[in-house]
Design a protein around this ligand. Structure first.
Ligand code: ADP
Ligand code: ZN
Length: 436
């Protein structure tokens, strides 16, 4: 089944023509509604009339997360506040979060794109679909929720947390589909096993997983333990939220809703556009968004694009699995964490030396973060080698990290010069999750 055959199956030429028209329109719109873009375009001596086809996109400026932070909270919003009906924020938590405002039309487009994803997974009317992404500022919960309603299936807004209750609901209500992070899916499987609920006691048959990278091995494990087909769902709040791309029955790479989100791959260093098939940084231009349209937004996600015909009949470009990021951002329990955020917390404390190591692990399918930090010599000399004050310092650092990052980290305070020194570039992060 295909939700919108016209848009998902149009010829490549028709798509490029549509994208060209929409690109001109969005550039014209931001030129007249977003002072930030008007200034940038004027500096580059570009007017909306210079942008007529998709090929013209290379003339446009890039947008970064830093631009959004610098213009916090509403600086890149194009629609007047009276037209905004929803506000989300990205989970990155230091400094200024990224705020995204949506108009009624934006919510409609988002819901339609999400309905396309769900249809592609084989979800339809009659299904009972549980959304176990967090509801709230995070786009995962409400984004998928509206898609399920648009599709006409019954949505169970389970959200995250209280996994045992969720397992009972899955069983009692005969839930057939679920959306959550892949690591939460495995946690759910584990909880079911602990509760003695076998996969055959549920009617689960399909799952939509994303918001963090996952491997083919994780897919196999989820499919096996929950007895379902597991599909990829990709998105980011700056562009819309979950729905930007989705897997189909081929379960190989993800179709992009490219009539709304125009993808490009660029070299992350030179920013030169790269052809299909080559790996680089994924960049999106929103073609229809009203609330906060973005030109050439750098996702920092590394992937490649392919436009070979797909067995499902869709003609849209596909993106391959995300293989990494062009910045050092970590996604821990679905929350964006930059090592520099941890560093700034540590350096704000006089006891800490600027020597630290972040160790990310996955235990019982949930991510854990351990922060090891060396104490400064002068504090150490004052008796910090006795146990009690160290525990207190660890607690203090942990509390401060929690308030800045919104996630709990285990803190281990170390003696001066005890963390391994490496030749050349220091290693600040060890990620043991093995998710690439
Ligand atoms: P949040 O929604 O957590 O506030 P973002 O919207 O910024 O934060 O998160 C989007 C990022 O999450 C993407 O840029 C990508 O790195 C990652 N992501 C989302 N979905 C997937 C997926 N299916 N596979 C791999 N990474 C994903
Ligand atoms: Zn397909």
């Amino acid at each position: 089944m295909i939700w919108n055959e016209v848009k998902e199956c149009m010829s490549r030429d028709e798509m490029r023509e549509l994208q060209g028209r929409r690109l001109h329109k969005v550039v014209d719109y931001v030129y007249h509604h977003t002072p930030f873009y008007r200034r940038k375009l004027q500096e580059m001596d570009i007017t909306p009339d210079d942008i007529r086809t998709v090929e013209d996109i290379v003339k446009l400026p890039f947008t970064t997360k830093q631009d959004l932070r610098d213009n916090y909270p509403f600086g890149l919003q194009a629609a007047p506040q009276s037209e905004i009906i929803r506000i989300h924020a990205s989970s990155g938590t230091t400094g200024n979060p990224t705020i995204v405002g949506y108009t009624r039309k934006d919510i409609g487009v988002w819901s339609e794109c999400m309905a396309r994803c769900l249809t592609s997974y084989g979800v339809g009317r009659g299904d009972i679909f549980s959304v176990a992404y967090g509801y709230g500022l995070f786009t995962g919960g409400l984004g998928v929720h509206y898609g399920v309603e648009t599709l006409g299936a019954a949505v169970v807004p389970a959200s995250t947390g209280n996994t045992e209750k969720h397992v009972r609901l899955l069983k009692d209500l005969g839930v057939t589909g679920i959306a959550c992070t892949p690591s939460y899916a495995l946690h759910l499987a584990e909880t079911m096993e602990k509760m003695g609920v076998s996969r055959d006691e549920t009617k689960l048959r399909v799952g939509a997983f994303g918001a963090e990278p996952w491997t083919e091995n994780m897919r196999k494990e989820i499919e096996e333990r929950l007895g379902i087909k597991a599909f990829n769902l990709y998105g980011l709040s700056e562009i819309m939220g979950p729905c930007v791309s989705y897997e189909c029955s081929a379960q190989h790479n993800s179709h992009i809703n490219e009539d709304h989100y125009l993808p490009e791959i660029v070299d992350p260093v030179t920013l030169e556009p790269l052809p299909y098939g080559q790996q680089g940084e994924l960049v999106f231009t929103t073609l229809t968004k009203e609330g906060m349209p973005l030109l050439r937004y750098r996702t920092r996600d590394l992937t490649s694009l392919e436009d070979t015909p797909c067995s499902c009949g869709r003609t849209s470009v596909k993106m391959t699995k995300i293989v990494g990021r062009s910045d050092d951002m970590l996604i821990i329990r679905g929350i964006n964490v930059f090592p520099s955020q941890v560093e700034s917390v540590l350096l704000s404390m006089p006891e800490c030396a600027p020597r630290y190591l972040l160790v990310v692990d996955r235990q019982d399918n949930l991510d854990t973060l351990t922060v090891q930090v060396e104490v400064r010599q002068e504090y150490f000399d004052q008796g910090f080698d006795t146990l009690t004050p160290i525990t207190e310092l660890e607690k203090k650092i942990s509390a401060r990290l929690k308030s800045v990052l919104s996630i709990s980290a285990k803190v281990q305070v170390k003696a001066p010069n005890s963390l391994e020194r490496s030749e050349g570039k220091s290693k600040f992060v060890i990620d043991n999750r093995n998710i690439r």
